[in-house]
Design a protein around this ligand. Structure first.
Ligand SMILES: *Cc1c(COP(=O)(O)O)cnc(C)c1O
Length: 482
């Protein structure tokens, strides 16, 4: 996408593609939306797609594919071992990242499972800018400890710092000194930090972290799932890389890392995942685990059709028109909301627009899941499915007490090339309405609470009858309109 100047002087996001296949979506009346969220236990993960207007739950596995990706699927080489498809994908990845070995896995968390299995031991610490839900679960289930060292600014809602996902270098040095390298499993950099607003990491910061890890002999792992957005921000926000070729930036990043892994549900607009390493000894450790947990080494649990689509999708990602897709729509959505006074994470990041439930639901105690309540309320007000990224997405402490999230966010993910600008405006309008009526949003409590990753299947109920009141007010204000 590109921002293009209109006659009025306004910069409008313009799609650099045309839509050639469509899927019908339903916008239910507010009364039916209320019923649907009730049936889903006030958890947007449990909504049925038929009850959802715009699915902004995630950017995972829901990005629109190009005609070249669909065409490539037809030539997939079906075979258990030695598939030509594997070698095509491997060649593309080696070219983009300049790394020697590629190991396929069925998705991002599968890579995390294998990396943790090899590097994490009980009592060892993993240091990272910020955790992702599945990453932390895989580390802690093995008895590992997670230390997060994102810079302070990274946890502030409003900021104008261009790279809020950077690691705090002083804290990194301190931790290495305090723990000693033997007690550190690995250091992990997450591109485009998922849980704190899709904020990017700077080249300069990655370089410093890499130098420190190399000196100390600590493995450095790069989660490249949200690399696409991060690449856009490096080109846009770092003067030094303004004219750099995207592929050369990828190679430069990979050259600083020992292990690169990714979810191909995000990177490359297909479905799958993979791990890249240079070191042969490490490669052999992974190689033994792939057939055990994923599938044979030449498919790793992915369908060969998806692998073909991924190979093409990754090549296409090396293009500003592609990596700009999500960040530009996120910026447009954030700007609409900011215009109406709605607090959102700034500067706009990748992945999605993040609405601040701490401010919007300040009248609720944090024990009543502010972000969860806002997420459900957004669905009632709009039919837009979004995701809670706050305390509900955390796990309770060992003693059963609640572990409060540092940020309480409702996340409106922006899948690549899927939604139009009028749909973005609709989302912004309904959330702005909700913001004006925020005093109507009440709290939630669990009725069923799984122990691990509770946000996926947990069920909740409202405290009081606020959802009915909210729906009633919506009907009053919008009349016959959906
Ligand atoms: C989505 C995601 C993962 C997990 O990938 P899946 O393919 O969903 O298993 C890991 N890390 C980050 C940063 C992600 O955004």
């Amino acid at each position: 996408m590109s921002f293009v100047k209109f006659m009025s002087g306004e910069n409008i996001p313009l799609e650099m593609h045309k839509v050639r296949m469509v899927q019908k979506v339903n916008l239910l009346p507010v009364e039916q939306r209320l019923k649907a969220i009730e049936e889903a236990g006030y958890n947007t993960f449990l909504l049925k797609n038929r009850d959802v207007f715009l699915d902004q739950l995630t950017d995972s596995g829901v990005n629109a594919m190009s005609q070249e990706q669909y065409a490539a699927m037809m030539r997939a080489d079906d075979s258990y071992a030695g598939s030509e498809t594997f070698y095509r994908l491997e060649a593309v990845l080696q070219d983009i990242f300049g790394m020697k070995y590629f190991l396929p896995a069925h998705q991002g968390r599968a890579c995390e499972h294998l990396i943790s299995k090899i590097l994490v031991k009980p009592g060892l610490t993993t240091i990272m800018n910020y955790h992702f839900t599945t990453t932390k679960a895989h580390i802690t289930i093995l008895g590992g400890i997670v230390e997060e060292i994102v810079i302070d600014e990274g946890l502030k809602i409003e900021s104008d710092l261009p790279f809020k996902g950077d690691l705090n270098i002083d804290r990194l040095n301190e931790l290495i000194k305090k723990l000693g390298k033997e007690k550190i499993a690995f250091v992990r950099i997450e591109a485009g930090t998922n849980l704190i607003g899709g904020q990017p990491v700077s080249m300069n910061n990655m370089r410093m972290v890499s130098d420190i890890c190399r000196n100390a002999g600590i493995p450095l792992v790069y989660d490249a799932s949200l690399l696409g957005d991060n690449l856009y921000f490096i080109k846009k926000r770092d003067e030094k890389y303004k004219n750099a070729d995207i592929k050369s930036i990828c190679r430069e990043i990979a050259s600083m890392m020992d292990i690169v892994y990714f979810s191909a549900r995000k990177l490359g607009s297909a479905r799958g995942g993979g791990i890249l390493v240079n070191n042969e000894e490490l490669y052999l450790k992974f190689r033994d685990l792939i057939p055990l947990y994923e599938g044979f080494l030449t498919y790793g649990g992915m369908s060969v059709r998806e692998m073909e689509a991924l190979a093409v999708g990754l090549e296409e990602t090396m293009d500003m028109d592609v990596v700009s897709q999500t960040p530009i729509i996120v910026e447009a959505l954030c700007n609409e909301l900011i215009k109406n006074g709605v607090p959102v994470v700034t500067p706009p990041g990748g992945l999605g627009c993040h609405v601040d439930a701490t401010q919007i639901c300040a009248h609720l105690p944090q024990t009543q899941y502010r972000a969860g309540a806002l997420t459900a309320a957004i669905y009632i007000a709009s039919g837009v499915r979004n995701m809670e990224r706050g305390t509900m997405s955390e796990q309770r402490n060992e003693d059963g007490s609640e572990r409060f999230a540092e940020m309480e966010l409702a996340r409106l993910a922006v899948p690549r090339r899927v939604f139009t600008l009028s749909q973005v405006k609709y989302t912004a309008d309904r959330i702005s309405w909700l913001y004006q009526n925020r005093n109507l949003i009440g709290g939630l409590e669990f009725t069923e609470e799984p122990k691990v990753l509770r946000f996926f299947f947990g069920r909740l109920k409202p405290i009081g009858n606020w959802p009915e009141e909210l729906a009633k007010k919506f009907r009053e204000d919008f009349g016959d309109s959906l």
